[in-house]
Structure formats: C-alpha cells, structure tokens
Design a protein around this ligand. Structure first.
Ligand code: CUA
Length: 376
C-alpha cells in the first residue's frame, strides 16, 4: 500500500489540465449517459449546475443540482424552509424597495425650489417599529430553522433501517454496508421508501484524508465528511431512479470529479443487488490467465477482489466493478473501451488521481481488462 501511495504522490502532475477539451468532446459524442456526465462537468464549470433528466439504459437519472424537486424527507424539509425564508425576504424587499421608490418619486426635488426640507431628529415610534419588527422576523426565521434542523437531526433509526458507512477519499467514495457484508464505491444503492413501507437509510460519514461533503441535492442537504470525526445523516428517497450528487467541499485537484450516484430501487431489486454484491468474484477457468496477470501486478496492493489474493484497501473494491455505471467516481461511463483507456492511463482521464499509469504492455493491458470485465 505504501508504495502505491508513494507512486501516487510522485506522479501528481503540477499543472491543472482538466477539463481536457479532447476528453470532453469525446464524452459529448458518446452515449446519452456519458453526455450527462460530460455536460454535467461543463455545466458545473460554467456555474449553472443544472441539467435536465436523462434516460439511460431504462433507468431515470434525475437532474443534478435541483434542490427545487425534493424526493426525500430531509430535502423536502430544506425546501419548505427555503420557501419560507425566500417569501419573508421577498416581502422585506418589496416593502423597502416600495417605500424607497415612493419616496424618490413623491419627494423629488422640484425645479426652482431651493428650500431645505423639514429636518426630523428622532421619532420613538418609528425607531421602536424598525427595531422590533426585524427582531421578530429574525426570531421567526431562527425558530423555523431550529425546528427543521432538530427534526432532521433527532430522527431515530427504526429497527429495520439500513446502515451504511460512506468514507470520503481523494477523489472517490467508499461505501460499506456493514450489516450486509457489501463493499462498493461511488454508487450508493438504497431501497425506495413508500408510505406503505417506509425505508430509512442512515449514513455514517467518515473521511480517509481531507474534508469532503456528501451532497445529493434531491435527497438531503450537505453533510461534511471530516477526518477523525464521525458525522451522520439519513435519507428516505421516495422515488426510484438514479440521483446524482457530488462532493460539496473543496478537497483538492479532482474535487469537481468526485461524483456520486444514489440508486434508489424497489425493495425486490435492492435485495437482488445485495445478493449479487455478496458473491465472490467468479473463478471461471477461461479467465485463469487474465486473473493471474491481474494478481501478479501491483494493482492488488490498492484494490480488493473478494475470493482472490487482491486485498488492497487504498482504492475502490473491484469485486463487482462491472455492476457500476461509471468509472473514476463518475468521470466516465463504464464501457469496455473506457475501462481500457482508464487502466492504460488513468492520469489522462482524471489528472492527479492517485492511480498511477502502470505502464502495462498491451498483452498485460488486454489481460487486465479481460479480467476486470468479468467482474460483474
Ligand atoms: Cu471530496 Cu471535494
């Protein structure tokens, strides 16, 4: 593991070259979900951060950055509170701007009128009014905020709640379902919550290096992942589909490419996913050569594949890599071509990420890709 960290450090490029225009164009010319990811980067860079829903491989991918379409209780609570705050602020704006406009128009200096207007020094009534009213407004806002914060914070986990540990890394998400014995990365699968069958997912948030922040706008507000501290949050998504999120705390060079997906599934589909994820990697004989090439390389000091000698924990667990929609924490979609490009030179796709260019020859590259491709 140490050598991997050192190699990672050594190959850190000095200049920030992402977004790479060529990559962006290649992404844009590819499949719809890819366009989503690439355009998403482009949009976020442009500061727009909003994208209409994309439909890829039959699964709805909800727009990213849209806090105005909440699909879980914590997000709904944040949304309602923001509407109250916006309404009060809009009313204040209208009153102040209205009075100002009225005064400017009504008491405009008239031509040939050089008299000084009446000078008023102090009015207890007005002063009391403009002290008391703002205090009341601030009090209402404070109480409403405190109520929303406490309601979310004090939520107790029901006996059947799902508990997941999410660990932030530069620049990917480690996801551990301790009770279920499942380890994955970058794509959090949770069951949908319905009135008939509420399903709560409690997240235990940790960091392996620097501060990150877990943010899936349609599901909840942001919660930071801080080294040596355990934070928590919960979600109860009420609609199936994939919700996009991203790291919301600047955590280094590839912070913007620390993307996150929450896949909300029916209870049945979620069960199936868990069963599939718990399986060990297939030990098919035709893959023997590919597997031994993979296991002979230093990939195994950073990555784990269950049922093999690969047990590194520095990088994402690869046991079911092919069950994930993206590679590099959302930076490219998971196709064989992209997988090959990633293994060949991850630095060309996500500069600065801690996976070095392993300088594989083309035979090794073929074998590694063949093996990884079998990890369904
Ligand atoms: Cu992790 Cu920003």
């Amino acid at each position: 593991m140490d050598s991997c960290i050192e190699v990672g450090k050594r190959i850190q490029p000095t200049g920030l070259s992402y977004p790479n225009k060529a990559l962006l164009m290649r992404l844009l010319s590819s499949r719809p979900v890819l366009q989503g990811v690439a355009m998403n980067s482009a949009f976020r860079l442009a500061g727009l951060g909003c994208l209409t829903a994309i439909v890829a491989s039959g699964q709805t991918v909800h727009s990213v950055g849209n806090i105005f379409d909440p699909q879980a209780t914590p997000a709904q609570s944040v949304f309602s509170l923001s509407l109250l705050v916006l309404t009060i602020c809009a009313a204040i704006f209208l009153v102040v701007a209205g009075l100002l406009t009225f005064t400017i128009v009504r008491f405009r200096r008239k031509a040939h009128d050089s008299r000084e207007p009446a000078q008023v020094y102090g009015s207890s009534r007005i002063e009391i009014a403009w002290t008391v009213i703002p205090i009341l407004i601030v009090l209402v806002l404070t109480l409403a905020t405190a109520r929303a914060v406490l309601a979310i914070q004090n939520k107790r986990a029901s006996a059947d709640a799902l508990h997941v540990t999410v660990i932030g890394h530069q620049w990917w998400w480690e996801i551990r379902y301790g009770d279920l014995g499942v380890v994955t990365a970058n794509e959090l699968h949770v069951p949908v919550s319905t009135t008939a069958k509420p399903a709560l997912t409690f997240l235990r948030l940790e960091s392996a290096d620097v501060a990150h922040s877990f943010w899936v706008p349609q599901l909840s507000g942001k919660t930071d992942l801080i080294p040596n501290q355990i934070n928590s949050m919960w979600i109860d998504p009420q609609q199936e589909g994939t919700f996009l999120g991203n790291c919301a705390e600047y955590c280094g060079m590839q912070h913007a490419n620390m993307l996150l997906r929450v896949v909300v599934q029916s209870p049945g589909d979620f069960e199936k996913w868990v069963v599939a994820q718990k399986k060990e990697a297939s030990a098919d004989q035709p893959l023997d050569a590919a597997r031994s090439t993979f296991l002979s390389l230093s990939c195994v000091s950073c990555h784990a594949v269950s049922g093999t000698s690969a047990s590194g924990t520095f990088g994402p667990d690869l046991t079911h890599l092919m069950s994930r929609a993206t590679l590099g924490s959302g930076v490219i979609s998971n196709t064989r071509e992209n997988l090959r490009a990633w293994v060949k030179d991850p630095q060309a796709i996500k500069p600065g990420n801690l996976m070095p260019n392993m300088q594989l020859n083309s035979r090794e590259l073929d074998q590694v890709v063949t093996y990884l491709w079998s990890l369904k």
